[in-house]
Design a protein around this ligand. Sequence first.
Ligand SMILES: Nc1ncnc2c1ncn2[C@@H]1O[C@H](COP(=O)(O)OP(=O)(O)O)[C@@H](O)[C@H]1O
Ligand SMILES: [Mg+2]
Length: 342
Amino acid sequence: MSAKLRVLALVHRHLVPPDVIEPGTDTVAAPWRTEYDVISTLTGLGHEVKALGVHDDLGEIRRLATEWKPHIAFNLLEGFDDITIFDQNVVSHLELLKLPYTGCNPRGLLLARDKSLSKKLLAYHRIPVPEFEVVRIGRPVRRPKRLPFPLMVKSLTQEASIGISQASVVDSDEKLKERVSFIHDSIGTAAIVEQYIEGREMYVGILGNQALQAMPVWELFFTNMPEGAKRIATDRVKWSVKYQKKYGIDSGPAADLTESKAESIQHLCKRAYRALELSGYARIDLRLDAAGNAWVIEANPNPQIARGEDFAASAQKVGLGYETVIQRIINLGMRWQPESFA
Ligand SMILES: Nc1ncnc2c1ncn2[C@@H]1O[C@H](COP(=O)(O)OP(=O)(O)O)[C@@H](O)[C@H]1O
Ligand SMILES: [Mg+2]
């Protein structure tokens, strides 16, 4: 039996799950689903949990840290004051309070967040990544020769497929310009223009600080996409249940991978995790091209951890149940020593 801990669950202010769940509530469809899964599981494991809804007040975290003396914070925040790139700053604050926390350290969050910086680091470690070019707001689009069409246009820093649609894949300079302007004007960030990797979409969950455990390779299946549509994880593919049903989008263990191919993909993902100095848990997104080459698309520290979603489902496949995963995440957080890192 592991120790019973006081766990401070840090959640977005609108995602504090209700104390009492009314009978008949569909907890899977609730916006606070992940928060509910984590908190109820921690409670079920015997821990004492307090959920704190956070918006822009560090004082509350500090007050609870001093008065309630939690052993650890379970960090489910994806930003601060609705600014996603501030996620790492909150974790830095926890470090300064000397409060252990779950998930990724601030440096890993920073390195993985920037889709240009992270690819530079991965390329240095000879991890295959798409060629790319960044276009800052207010700068003209100049397409270098090493970037032939088709190209993929994304936000440099946004996640969760925000700003990703079929129109993100462009095949002319005119369309490229249009899409870069869309990212600048509608998403409000710099754009990254990448070599488009045609292929299958795969994910690998990883747990660990120094010793890493990779979950089985997971695949996003597009079984019924319309003719000519690109098989990419657009925001509708990721978030619209209706769209998923209509176009046969589903995920599960990667189909027809030889054992050695699966192992080499897992190994590649562990190398990416280390190169980006991640800790706790993460999910690496990849594409496997027709020649069987794997390309790392991005790393997601603190990925979606709801019960039954890709990370948890892939862990379950190797016998790591949801309770075990959540307890492991706690253990990794308790063991992580920010001051002795680097
Ligand atoms: N260079 C690329 N080539 C092919 N598909 C890509 C590329 N970059 C992104 N995608 C597709 O777009 C999806 C979202 O891109 P990603 O960089 O993972 O952003 P997010 O942080 O929003 O998840 C990917 O899962 C993949 O399907
Ligand atoms: Mg992604």
